[in-house]
Design a binder for this molecule. Structure first.
Ligand SMILES: Cc1ncc(COP(=O)(O)O)c(C=O)c1O
Length: 404
């Protein structure tokens, strides 16, 4: 038996012993359809937003990072609860079309078409380089608009313990900190609407102390830039990187530690009292809300081990299979959703239907005694699930998505 991550505490069994999501049994979400589904529980997202608001009070605005999950019905739900959307592409800009919220766009490799689309929709462009700044200014002139620009800073520090670090290194992300001041002055002189700064130091951190430290270091850096340039930023996007527990022994983040640290520091800094501070979160807001449901097609024995072959797999949930950035594969939380209340007495390998042994959803995990036709649930699938997976691989059916 190998351990698995903790099942998020938001889900329970119904009176039939099935996993219940948004008041409906797992099997009913799949119905007769011959394909898996992602089910996103709205109540979980609402709980997360409430938790954020309570911890950050009014001082920090909440933006949703669309890349985490760009499914339109989910965006519509979230749009009523957050203060803005952070985009990574022109495609994401199309996905949020008609949802009336402030928008920003960050990411390396913005084409002229991306920049023009952003300029036409008054999106704040987070510049990744001086070259991108020159192009944005020239394109804005050609379009006859005043560009809304901010500079993404390549931070001189790292977010300790993050699953993915994006700072303290040579990087395609952002402008090296020592060149940010001169660029800010150049943008102002060029007549741009200069909004301020954006800094993203890493993703999937479960250390509130490390995140708080990196936010405080960001505020220090902003103060240095104010001293250097004389420009008070209208906005500072502090990034985020709030993680969720996926694996054994991981614990939820106490975001009050982060809210208290930022709140206290900003209270001591009256010069920043008119600056709008923002955190842009994806995974932490929606990750635990999503459950991937897939049916067992076959149960077989091989060399003394039980294999449960499902109609899903890594083409829908690449990260849960361990193939999205894990060095040593570990099990995401997984359960038999049809027998959610039953004791776990079967050690099994839960696999998908692709032509590779990498298509593994549960490696020697303990489950309820599972039969063909049962529904398996893989948890923590609300972020970086379907759109972060190679959907077309083997031309299997694309999973459905539901809001619960
Ligand atoms: C610039 C930027 N913002 C926001 C995010 C969202 O991160 P998360 O989903 O971990 O909150 C990312 C993730 O890579 C990012 O690169």
């Amino acid at each position: 038996m190998k351990p698995m991550g903790p099942i998020p505490p938001f889900f329970e069994a119904n009176s039939d012993g099935q996993l219940c999501i948004g008041g409906k049994a797992a099997g009913d979400w799949l119905g007769d359809e011959d394909r898996p589904a992602f089910v996103y529980a709205r109540a979980v997202i609402d709980q997360k937003v409430d938790e954020f608001r309570a911890a950050m009070r009014e001082r920090v605005a909440l933006h949703y990072a669309v890349k985490a999950n760009p499914w339109r019905p989910l965006l519509e739900w979230i749009a009523k609860r957050v203060d803005g959307f952070d985009l990574a592409s022109r495609g994401e800009l199309e996905r949020v079309g008609g949802l009336d919220l402030p928008l920003s766009m960050a990411g390396p490799g913005k084409s002229d078409a991306d920049l023009v689309a952003a300029l036409r929709k008054s999106v704040i462009i987070h510049l990744e380089s001086e070259g991108e700044a020159d192009r944005a200014i020239a394109l804005a002139e050609a379009e006859g608009v005043t560009p809304k620009l901010a500079i993404r800073i390549n931070p001189p520090f790292i977010l300790k313990g993050a699953g993915m670090k994006m700072g303290g290194l040579a990087s395609q992300f952002g402008v090296d900190a020592e060149r940010v001041g001169p660029l800010a002055q150049r943008l102002v002189s060029a007549g741009a609407d200069f909004l301020g700064y954006h800094l993203y130091a890493g993703s999937q951190s479960l250390s509130a102390e490390a995140i708080a430290q990196s936010q405080l270091a960001t505020i220090d850096l902003i103060e240095k830039l104010i001293a250097e340039t004389g420009i008070i930023p209208k906005e500072v996007n502090l990034g985020g990187g709030f993680g969720i527990p996926y694996f054994p022994n991981e614990k939820p983040l106490d975001i009050n530690v982060i809210g208290d640290a930022i709140g206290k520091r900003l209270e001591e800094r009256p010069a920043l009292s008119d600056t709008r501070f923002i955190l842009e979160l994806g995974r932490w807001l929606v990750g635990e809300a999503g459950v991937y449901l897939t049916r067992v097609l076959d149960r077989k024995q091989s060399h003394g081990e039980t294999f449960l072959t499902t109609d899903g797999g890594m083409h829908h949930v690449l990260a849960a299979s361990g193939n999205l950035g894990q060095f040593l594969r570990r099990n995401y939380p997984i359960a038999n959703a049809s027998r959610f209340a039953d004791a776990q007495m079967l050690e099994a390998n839960v696999v998908g239907r692709l032509c590779t042994p990498l298509d593994l959803l549960g490696d020697e995990v303990m489950l309820a005694d599972t039969q063909v036709g049962d529904v398996i649930a893989v948890f923590c699938q609300g972020a970086y699930g379907l759109t972060a997976s190679p959907n077309d691989f083997l031309s299997q059916p694309v999973a459905r998505e539901h809001l619960a």
